[in-house]
Design a protein around this ligand. Structure first.
Ligand code: B1M
Length: 232
């Protein structure tokens, strides 16, 4: 196995099992070993691209975590440790996504909808959009409809992004879209998150659904190019 492949696999295992960094005592079987924090740094220093680290190590690890959770093989604490390990890796990747842009193309407001505390995917989307030249207003998680409306009022012309990871909170996404449509009919609304689909997007009257950050970046790029609905 090549060194690069081995390093990415090690990193993926650290995220899957919630090994944050060398000091972290969890999981006991990996005590004193390097964790996601150090291995991500090593991977970048070895010339592996941030995209490859995400696609080959971090996202597959989180996907395995989700599958194990579905099969009741792990529980919320383990899932939380995996999320923490992934976040420690993102500390190194973030600057790469933020570098290289000059002029802001517009403002993008993003948040995870009411009742939903998942923020890893939302943060990735925000980071990649910020890296493509947009100003980001990150409202965080469990964001109420009122908070989205208030942000839309404060940043006229901004595009709004809603993330939901739970089938139960998709209903709140629907309510937020309806309220935004009523108060700010011209606002562009982009939605995403694992259970969300293009069909759901059409049903609730949002403008665009993207399954991943890249699709969101492309959508905003087209919007900025057409110079419509964008707060330049
Ligand atoms: Co939660 N959780 N979780 N969880 N969790 C899921 C989502 C679940 C699928 C696990 C499972 O059962 N297999 C399941 C949801 C089932 C469902 O409703 N369909 C679930 C559940 C049930 C729960 C709890 C209810 C568990 C409980 O307490 N019994 C609870 C709910 C808490 C709440 O929100 N109120 C809960 C809690 C948690 C933790 C707190 C422990 C932790 C979150 C930590 C955090 O985010 N800071 C957690 C985690 C880590 C997961 C899994 C394992 C991983 C999620 C993740 O970060 N994925 C997840 C299983 C899974 O998805 N495989 C699971 C990696 C991330 C990069 O992907 O978020 O999909 P994702 O984002 C992608 C795309 O979706 C897209 O781009 C991203 C990058 O590709 N995208 C957008 C996301 N937002 C977008 C917005 C856009 C465009 C694209 O435009 C605006």
């Amino acid at each position: 196995m090549s060194d690069i492949k081995e390093l990415l696999e090690k990193l993926s295992v650290c995220v899957e099992f919630g090994k944050i960094d060398v000091k972290s005592p969890y999981p006991p079987a990996m005590r004193d070993q390097e964790g996601a924090f150090e291995l991500t740094r090593n991977a970048l220093d070895s010339g592996i691209s941030p995209g490859e680290i995400l696609e080959e190590a971090l996202i597959p690890a989180m996907s395995r975590v989700g599958q194990k959770f579905s099969r009741n093989e792990i529980f919320v604490p383990q899932m939380l440790m995996a999320a923490k390990a992934m976040s420690s890796s993102m500390i190194h990747l973030r600057p790469y996504y933020l570098s290289g842009h000059t002029k802001r193309k517009g403002t993008f407001i993003i948040g995870t909808v009411t009742g939903d505390l998942h923020d890893i995917g939302k943060n990735l989307v925000a980071m990649m959009i910020e890296g493509s030249g947009w100003e980001i207003i990150d409202l965080g998680v469990d964001v109420s409809t009122d908070k989205f409306i208030h942000a839309a009022e404060k940043h006229p012309g901004a595009v709004i992004g809603l993330s939901a990871l739970l089938t139960t909170t998709m209903e709140n996404m629907k309510k937020t879209v309806a309220a935004l449509r009523e108060k700010h009919p011209g606002t562009r609304i982009l939605i995403g998150g694992a259970p969300v689909t293009a069909e759901f997007c059409t049903k609730i009257g949002a403008d665009f659904y993207s399954p991943d950050p890249q699709g969101a970046v492309e959508y905003l790029k087209e919007l900025a190019n057409s110079q419509q609905h964008v707060n330049l």
